[in-house]
Design a protein around this ligand. Structure first.
Ligand code: SF4
Length: 317
């Protein structure tokens, strides 16, 4: 990537004045200094930070015990490798028999899975993010109050699976939907139930929640909405939207598997040119776009480590 400050134009000789003018203004444009801004809320949120730091501390304080995490602690290969090096292993499934500590990650787990881990012989350290716990509790409250529970989110996401399992302890009337279209096949069931209670996956877009609620309002007698999008997600999205308004290009850094990072990129694409990369090496794929952009903002998902963000900034500079 050329450093715009180092581009020098050759002295024009036998050109007419218009050509000369054009060449000068194009050279001035090239010389315009890039402004690179880093978002304040880029990188680890408090739930992820708490999970990573506590897992490391656990291993440090219990050197003789095995420490496991069920599923990847966060969606980031660098951090997973770092944890593995410290002796913190990722379990892809629960063994019949085990010993040591098993960490529940910030997404949370269903009561059935927690029971299975205990029965296998593990000691459990529950690092479910308090904001995720709040969604589970709200879903249970709605179920207990007799509402038909709608969870706005992606049905395959671990956080959503755990929220659904918690609500299902009290009712069979639970549906997950990421759009109004996904509720259409249950329309008569919802109409018959009349009262609907809504919770939302912590990292969803507010526009998705609004569209589902609007649809439910048109078919149910009562709709009780608990907006459980977490504060960290809302602040990150709000700040990034403001940055996008004043940028030619926004670079979102984070895993493609991370729900909050993907949602962030989706939101920003509606405002300005946006690229979603996992690390600094991927900047090479967008060389032309980066070269022609003057105001560039960088933000990152809640599971993106600081050093990955710093490498992106360094390479841009
Ligand atoms: S994104 Fe929100 S809910 Fe998820 S871990 Fe971070 S703070 Fe908790």
């Amino acid at each position: 990537m050329p450093n715009v400050d180092n581009i020098t134009s050759k002295t024009p000789r036998l050109h007419d004045s218009t050509t000369l003018k054009n060449e000068q203004s194009s050279s001035q444009a090239k010389k315009k200094k890039k402004k690179i801004k880093l978002a304040k809320f880029a990188g680890f949120c408090y739930g992820v930070k708490r999970a990573v730091e506590t897992a490391k501390k656990l291993k440090c304080e219990n050197p003789d015990k095995s420490v496991f995490v069920l599923g990847e602690l966060i969606h980031n290969a660098h951090v997973i490798a770092e944890l593995e090096n410290l002796g913190i292993k990722t379990l892809t499934e629960i063994p019949e028999k085990g010993e040591g500590i098993c960490v529940i990650r910030s997404h949370g787990e269903s009561p059935q899975v927690i029971e299975k881990i205990k029965n296998a012989g593990f000691e459990i350290v529950d690092l479910t993010c308090p904001d995720v716990k709040k969604v589970q509790q709200k879903a249970v409250e709605l179920a207990k109050e007799g509402y038909f529970v709608v969870i706005v989110g992606k049905s395959e996401h671990p956080e959503v699976i755990a929220i659904k399992a918690n609500a299902q302890l009290y009712t069979n009337n639970v549906i997950v939907a990421a759009s109004p279209q996904q509720l259409k096949s249950s329309e008569s069931l919802i109409k018959a139930h009349k009262r609907v209670g809504v919770v939302v996956q912590t990292t969803q877009r507010i526009s998705t929640l609004n569209s589902v609620v609007e649809y439910l309002n048109s078919i149910a007698d009562e709709v009780k909405v608990e907006n459980t999008i977490c504060k960290s997600t809302s602040m990150r999205q709000a700040e990034a939207k403001e940055l996008a308004k004043e940028s030619d290009l926004v670079i979102v850094v984070g895993s493609k598997k991370s729900a909050n990072t993907t949602h962030l990129a989706e939101i920003l694409k509606d405002i300005t040119e946006t690229i979603h990369i996992e690390n600094a090496d991927e900047l090479e794929n967008y060389k032309d776009l980066i070269d022609k952009s003057i105001n560039i903002s960088v933000t990152a998902g809640a599971s993106t480590p600081q050093d990955v963000i710093e490498k992106v900034i360094e390479k841009l500079k």
